[in-house]
Design a protein around this ligand. Structure first.
Ligand SMILES: [Fe+2]
Length: 131
């Protein structure tokens, strides 16, 4: 996965956090291709889960501060992604390591679609409100 200009919203702290998320997904992709033990992958997955949580709360704070009307819908999208990450991590930790490929594909696709769709639309609207 590459963090390029097509993933930039123009809000620096959000972009920095998105870049960190891309880095974390890449760490998982590399870990997978280097036959890293599942215990180590579990740790990275947990770290990523924590970072997703911090990032989403930060983004929601940004929306709230800017009176973004779509906040509740956007928050629901975040929460369902967090549930999905948690659900996968639990399965992986229970020994379903074969799910990693599907998960990594889901994670990267979801992130790209979310940034290029929901996040970009949100930032555009916030900036056009002149806040
Ligand atoms: Fe978002």
């Amino acid at each position: 996965m590459q963090f390029d200009d097509t993933l930039k919203t123009g809000v620096e702290h959000i972009d920095d956090q998105h870049e960190t998320l891309v880095d974390m997904i890449n760490m998982l992709i590399n870990a997978k291709s280097h036959d890293t033990p599942p215990e180590t992958i579990s740790i990275v997955l947990a770290e990523m889960g924590k970072y997703v949580y911090v990032h989403f709360r930060d983004e929601e704070k940004f929306m709230k501060e800017n009176d973004f009307v779509g906040l509740e819908d956007h928050r629901r999208i975040h929460e369902s992604f967090e549930e999905k990450v948690l659900e996968f991590s639990n399965l992986f930790n229970q020994g379903h390591t074969e799910l990693l490929d599907d998960m990594l594909e889901f994670l990267s696709n979801w992130l790209v679609n979310h940034i290029q769709g929901d996040d970009l639309r949100m930032v555009k609207e916030v900036l056009s409100q002149g806040n």
